[in-house]
Design a protein around this ligand. Structure first.
Ligand SMILES: NC(=O)c1ccc[n+]([C@@H]2O[C@H](COP(=O)([O-])OP(=O)(O)OC[C@H]3O[C@@H](n4cnc5c(N)ncnc54)[C@H](OP(=O)(O)O)[C@@H]3O)[C@@H](O)[C@H]2O)c1
Length: 273
């Protein structure tokens, strides 16, 4: 079996590639900037790169093109091309906030459901790595000011470690679920509660400042995010404030045999100096 891992240089994809290799599964990593023998040039926006990436491939891990509000325009034709070449199995990284009725990535989910013989859609909650990534607004705020903002008030999110998402991806690349799986960490936390955990781990106060959603979106666009994508994330912040993400599922344990990592455990590892 050979798996094409799109997004294979990113957070979940690199862990998926590692997990597959540990199980003696051959891996092709698709990247816009390939480095090394197992990587091929793959750009969602350049269909001429797609056939070579699919050479000898039996299954595909699908990560959307970055910050594209309509990823279905590029991804659905790719899935059709892969199916025509005999690929049977797909695992799509989506989001807990999006189902198959939603436009954009929801349409990719719907296409897999309708056309792929073996498929799984992973719908993870928000990533714990957002708190530690200097490229992310949360991570840079914590690193530079020991403070971060949100527009989700006291709404709770069951933050998840991308390593746990990757472990479920590996499990479902080997044994498809033919279902969408909502993946969460072990506990739903407000950003105030997350800040308290980070304060304890870092040994100094980390402050969460709630702000209005318009200001929150304006900060993202000022930092270079496309307006439409920032507006979509802003709508998700409001949904969180209303309780949409206040839930915990047991899918990580069910699919991998081990419980998901807590934010405290993640932070101890991520902030260890
Ligand atoms: N952060 C969260 O809280 C959260 C929550 C739920 C869902 N998600 C979803 O998670 C996904 C991101 O996954 P991740 O964190 O594993 O990835 P990531 O670390 O953000 O890395 C993005 C990956 O996508 C690849 N990529 C980006 N644009 C591409 C293009 N045009 N063509 C080919 N490859 C492209 C990059 O590869 P190269 O640069 O090597 O080409 C890179 O490997 C997004 O769909 C996001 O919506 C995130």
């Amino acid at each position: 079996m050979r798996v094409l891992v799109t997004g294979g240089t990113g957070k979940t994809g690199s862990a998926v590639a590692r997990g597959l290799r540990a199980r003696d599964v051959a891996v092709t990593i698709g990247s816009r900037h390939p480095r090394g023998p197992d990587q091929v040039r793959f750009d969602w926006a350049d269909p001429s790169s797609h056939d070579a990436a699919l050479a000898g491939v039996d299954a595909v891990y699908l990560v959307t093109p970055a910050m594209d509000p309509e990823p279905d325009r590029l991804m659905v034709p790719f899935i059709d091309r892969a199916l025509a070449r005999g690929v049977r199995r797909f695992v799509l990284l989506s989001s807990s906030a999006i189902d198959a009725r939603a436009p954009g990535i929801g349409a990719v989910h719907a296409a897999l459901q309708a056309r792929a013989p073996e498929w799984t859609v992973l719908r993870p909650s928000w990533f714990m790595t957002n708190f530690a990534d200097p490229q992310h607004a949360l991570g840079s705020g914590i690193r530079n000011e020991r403070a971060f903002v949100s527009a989700s008030g006291q709404g709770r999110i069951a933050f998840i470690d991308p390593e746990d998402i990757a472990a479920v991806a590996v499990a479902t690349l080997l044994a498809p679920a033919n279902a969408d799986l909502i993946l969460t960490g072990p506990e739903a936390l407000s950003y105030d509660e997350a800040a308290a955990i980070l304060s304890e781990v870092l040994g100094e106060p980390v402050v969460h400042r709630p702000i209005a959603v318009d200001e929150w979106c304006a900060r993202l666009t000022a930092a270079g995010m496309p307006t439409e994508y920032a507006a979509m994330l802003g709508a998700l912040e409001q949904a969180i404030a209303g309780g949409a993400e206040d839930r915990v599922t047991d899918e990580v344990l069910r699919r991998t045999g081990r419980p998901p990592r807590s934010l405290r455990e993640f932070a101890r590892a991520a902030f260890a100096l």
